[in-house]
Design a protein. Structure first.
Length: 400
């Protein structure tokens, strides 16, 4: 039996001496009684003699160093366990003063009528280093993911922008194709009518000249002139639209006298009016000076008065008014003509649009679109009020 006990004791000692974790025993006063080679290596000591008999607090950094004895005293008086049988992560102090983390498990053993404590020390240094590395890798990965996400968002935004740009280009292309189609359709009709009239009138003039019928010759000469004027108007509209589409039109602002400017236009347009049509110009305001582009404004007013002449009957009056108040110009052109159907007034400024009640009255449907764009180049607005068969009023509004 004694031999068996000795063998077991030797086996236990061999296990303790060769354990990979540190094992340390202390008495109830906290003095070190034994420590295995793994424990000595963990704490940086070469031999047991450096530690045996010393307080275990020598292996602890502050504040645990000064608290350790009170832990044991508190346990003996109260029986409250803070480490014994529980285990926790603590910090140890090596002989050179450096610290390291370890997992401490403490068990209590009653031996020969006294109490001793055995501590099992598992080094956590590598585990903590791995945790730090993992945390660092995780943070780096999060930063990379965040950066990649931002790059992806930027790429998506760029794709959306490119998509919108391409969509706008396709829309513009469709609109241009529609304009081309409407242009071909309108041009084939609008050019054919005056050209046929010119051809017919020229043939009839030859006959009337032979008969010395001067009144008939004059009649058809007037028809030819009117047809040529219609063709010129059509070509001018096409040229104006082409320049606007190409971005070649710019407003060149200058100060000029609105009254003299408007009276000259009124006199010019009166010559083009129908029988007994009267164009009346009136100005209100303490000044007549405006800062606008004369050429663009003249084109706008002539276009609007021409429409008033064209869509109003004989023996009617066309009102042309200008008002200047505190750097603000308002121009009204009002007729008593056929008016515009309420259902179509919202489409009035679209290119090539013509209301259904215009009938055989010649026109390209470009004039009002050009007017609105010219007014816009001068930072103005163009609006229309109309009632079918009761007339139309166009209002141009500028600030300068």
């Amino acid at each position: 039996m004694k031999s068996l006990a000795m063998q077991r004791e030797k086996l236990l000692i061999a296990i303790i001496e060769n354990a990979i974790d540190g094992i340390i025993t202390i008495d109830d006063k906290g003095l070190i009684e034994n420590i295995n080679p793994a424990g000595l290596e963990l704490f940086g000591y070469s031999g047991r003699e450096d530690l045996l008999g010393k307080n275990v607090s020598v292996l602890m950094p502050e504040p645990d160093k000064h608290r350790h004895d009170s832990y044991l005293a508190n346990y003996e008086h109260t029986g409250e366990k803070k480490i014994i049988g529980i285990g926790r992560e603590v910090t140890g102090k090596k002989r050179d003063g450096t610290t390291f983390p370890f997992r401490l498990g403490v068990s209590e053993i009653k031996f020969s009528d006294r109490r001793i404590y055995t501590g099992f020390i598992h080094d956590l240094s590598r585990q903590k280093e791995d945790e730090i590395k993992i945390k660092s890798y995780t943070e780096e990965l999060e930063i990379k993911v965040k950066d990649r996400t931002q790059e992806l968002i930027r790429s998506i935004n760029e794709l959306e922008t490119a998509k919108e740009h391409m969509s706008a280009l396709f829309q513009k292309e469709r609109e241009l194709n529609q304009l081309k189609t409407r242009f071909v359709s309108m041009a084939s009709h609008e050019f054919r009518t005056p050209l046929s009239s010119i051809q017919l009138s020229a043939s009839l003039i030859d006959k009337y000249v032979a008969k010395h019928d001067s009144s008939s010759v004059e009649k058809h000469t007037t028809k030819i002139k009117n047809s040529i004027n219609n063709l010129t108007t059509i070509l001018n509209d096409f040229l104006s639209l082409e320049k606007l589409e190409a971005g070649k039109v710019e407003a060149k602002l200058s100060w000029f006298d609105m009254i003299a400017f408007s009276e000259e236009i009124t006199e010019e347009m009166q010559l083009m009016s129908k029988q007994n049509q009267l164009i009346v110009y009136e100005h209100k305001g303490t000044t007549a000076q405006v800062l606008l582009d004369q050429n663009l404004l003249k084109n706008c007013i002539i276009n609007l008065i021409s429409n008033a002449i064209k869509y109003s009957g004989e023996d009617t009056m066309i009102q042309f008014n200008s008002i200047i108040n505190d750097h603000e110009l308002i121009i009204d052109i009002k007729d008593n003509g056929i008016g515009i159907p309420a259902s179509e007034i919202n489409n009035l400024f679209e290119p090539f649009f013509r209301a259904h009640n215009t009938g055989d009255i010649p026109g390209t449907g470009l004039g009002l679109n050009i007017v609105k764009r010219y007014v816009g180049l001068m930072n103005g607005t163009c609006t229309c009020e109309s009632e079918q068969n009761l007339g139309t009023t166009f209002k141009l509004h500028f600030k300068f």
